[in-house]
Design a binder for this molecule. Sequence first.
Ligand code: CA
Length: 222
Amino acid sequence: MQILLVEDELSLSRAIKRILEKHGYVVDAVYDGESAVDYACEASYNLIILDVMLPRLNGFEVIKTLREKNNNAPVLMLTARSAISDKVNGLNSGADDYMTKPFDTEELLARVAALTRRKGEVILNNIKYKDLTLDLNSAVLNCGKESVQLSKKEFEVLKIFLTDPKMIVTTDNIISNVWGADSEATDNNVEVYISFIRKKLKYLGSEVTIKKMQKLGYRLEG
Ligand code: CA
């Protein structure tokens, strides 16, 4: 877990760094807003702890700049206890959480744990597309009130389509994902499973179908 700490008060910065490192986090400390942007764009941090009042760019400007650059690292803002409007501004400008100073060690660790846990642990239980919902745990395909159990291969093939519904999926892509690149599976195997899936889509009454795109492969339609 890598954390970027942006705090210009040296003693506070050192104290936070020490606490976090003691709990196994890797911490880079910077002391002004411009360095914060530079560091955040260089490395992929699991969390940015960001003071509001900073030299050069302030905390709000740092967040704004990062979000404009499509940097979506979670941000925990540090604000002065009195400055209620900072909290509102902070959350409006794209911070994920805020903490008022002074704070105690446990509060810091709890918030850091919550924010770093969130990233990369998104548990995806199903994929939805049009009138279909594919349950990723049970491999049951739902459409309205109807549902049908998919076989393992049907599930894996359909999942490729639903993950990126606009994409033309080539036969090679399906073979290497479902059967493995070294397998002896052929276009025929793929065709057979596509036809199984088509039958199930029809059975469900779904608006979605799988269309063959000449030599290119297949694509969802509906
Ligand atoms: Ca400050």
